[in-house]
Design a protein around this ligand. Structure first.
Ligand code: MG
Length: 161
């Protein structure tokens, strides 16, 4: 059965942290604050996949109270989610991620993000889309204080017996 899931994430941008988005490092003077590496794109994508499969959400699977996930590279979250999906026989049909950030310009990095996240999930990069837009100066994202990400995923989930 085809099921759809959505994911959303937002992280504060601060000095002294690397900016990791879509499982790559983007050169910038600010980085995302978070218990893990704060990769909003990877987190939104994880939540979309978990939503489509009814497996809960990132907070349930990777609680910030667990020291194991402190400063964790989010590629590990995607790998873990992919394993859970595969264990239940679920197959990712497609996923689409939108990053919202004022600066820096992400266009030169989108292809690398797409490949990196698709590799982490073990899916063909053609099944994944990664886009970026600004917030036109509006709100905390527009003021450069945060990076947000939205994702949807379409997953073929085996019918329950
Ligand atoms: Mg997050």
């Amino acid at each position: 059965m085809l099921r759809i899931g959505q994911g959303y994430d937002i992280h504060r941008l601060v000095a002294g942290r690397p900016l990791r988005l879509g499982c790559i490092e983007v050169p910038f003077e600010l980085g995302a604050l978070g218990h893990s590496d704060g990769d909003a794109a990877a987190h939104a994508l994880c939540d979309a996949l978990l939503g489509a499969t009814g497996l809960g959400d990132m907070g349930v699977l990777f609680p910030s109270s667990d020291a194991r996930w402190k400063d964790a590279a989010s590629v590990n979250f995607l790998r873990e989610v992919a394993e859970r999906l595969s264990a239940m026989g679920a197959v990712v049909m497609s996923a689409d991620v939108t990053l919202v950030i004022e600066k820096p310009r992400l266009a030169p990095h989108l292809e690398a993000m797409r490949r990196s996240m698709a590799t982490a999930l073990g899916i063909d990069a053609d099944l994944l889309s990664v886009k970026a837009k600004s917030s036109d100066g509006l709100g905390p994202v527009g003021e450069g204080k945060a990076v947000a990400a939205l994702a949807v995923a379409l997953v073929d989930v085996p019918a329950r017996r």
